[in-house]
Design a binder for this molecule. Structure first.
Ligand SMILES: NC(=O)c1ccc[n+]([C@@H]2O[C@H](COP(=O)([O-])OP(=O)(O)OC[C@H]3O[C@@H](n4cnc5c(N)ncnc54)[C@H](OP(=O)(O)O)[C@@H]3O)[C@@H](O)[C@H]2O)c1
Length: 258
């Protein structure tokens, strides 16, 4: 089976290898536990080694169970073969809550460490609530210095190998870079042919921060996306000329861009 190419990323002193294609485990409406677990197991069978989850998705537990089963059945020999990303939810984006939130995610995942821990959004919520969109009244500014110190502590405690952010603008990233001892390795943002975020991509490239694209197919069939990517005439024309699907052309586009 062909191996998914890897990219070298670094936040910690140790460099990490991250498979460039990962499987997301967020769905709307949320998929049930058994569906997520079997989808992950099927993904491992066909060669996926990078999985993206978050406390907010409710998919940490089924992903963790799939990993246990993959080890038991010999689909993978060691947990180290996988690259697992999870995220600090906004309800815990307070300096005192970062380490406990990371430990809670590890417990859900039945893992001793994750490979990447990301701040999910640059905001704090005053309530423990998973559903989005959230009421504007419960949104507060985030204490980025204190929260980033908590993220660095997670690395020092061995709870995660790398740390990063998600949904951060150039300005928010600059704020983190000004206070960081360990800089963010990754910024996970929405990126696709109709939302290319060129300024952010250039900024991250200059600072050595790897961009991970979410909703690469434009998140069709979800409440936050639409069909503009998969219905694009230009992509369809390229796909027809190459005998590929629009989705395949789209994913290749981002592989070469990153
Ligand atoms: N950090 C964040 O804030 C954030 C936000 C959003 C997402 N994410 C991450 O990114 C992952 C992917 O996000 P997403 O679900 O929005 O991404 P997406 O890949 O752009 O959209 C998924 C949709 O694409 C369709 N699809 C998948 N493969 C296809 C193919 N070969 N041809 C045609 N349609 C295809 C699926 O439709 P069907 O359902 O009909 O199969 C699904 O509804 C999530 O699971 C999550 O891990 C992160």
């Amino acid at each position: 089976m062909a191996k998914v190419p890897e990219v070298t990323i670094s936040s910690n002193v140790e460099k990490q290898l991250m498979p460039v294609i990962g499987m997301g485990t967020c769905s709307y409406p949320p998929a049930d536990h058994a569906t997520v677990k079997s989808a992950v197991l099927e993904a491992i069978k066909v060669g996926y080694r990078h999985f993206d989850t978050a406390f907010a998705y409710g998919s940490e537990k089924p992903l963790g169970e799939a990993i246990v089963e993959a080890l038991q059945t010999g689909l993978i020999k060691s947990r180290d073969e996988l690259f697992i990303t999870t995220k600090l939810w906004c309800s815990f984006a307070h300096p005192d809550q970062i380490v406990p939130a990371c430990k809670m995610s590890l417990q859900n995942l039945q893992l001793e460490y994750v490979d990447m821990y990301l701040i999910h959004h640059p905001i704090r919520l005053t309530e423990v609530i998973r559903k989005t969109p959230v009421e504007v009244e419960i949104i507060r500014p985030i204490d980025l210095k204190g929260v980033w110190e908590g993220m660095e502590e997670c690395i020092k405690l061995g709870l995660t190998k790398g740390i990063g952010v998600s949904n951060f603008s150039c300005e928010k990233l600059q704020e983190v870079l000004c206070v960081a001892t360990i800089p963010p390795a990754v910024n996970q943002v929405e990126l696709n042919p109709v939302w290319q975020q060129k300024r952010l991509v250039e900024f991250c490239k200059a600072k050595g921060i790897h961009i991970t694209a979410y909703s690469p197919l434009g998140a069709n069939n979800t409440k936050w996306g639409d069909n503009r990517v998969l219905d694009s005439d230009v992509l369809r024309e390229i796909a027809n000329a190459r005998g590929k699907s629009t989705a395949q052309v789209k994913l290749i586009f981002f592989h070469f861009k990153s």
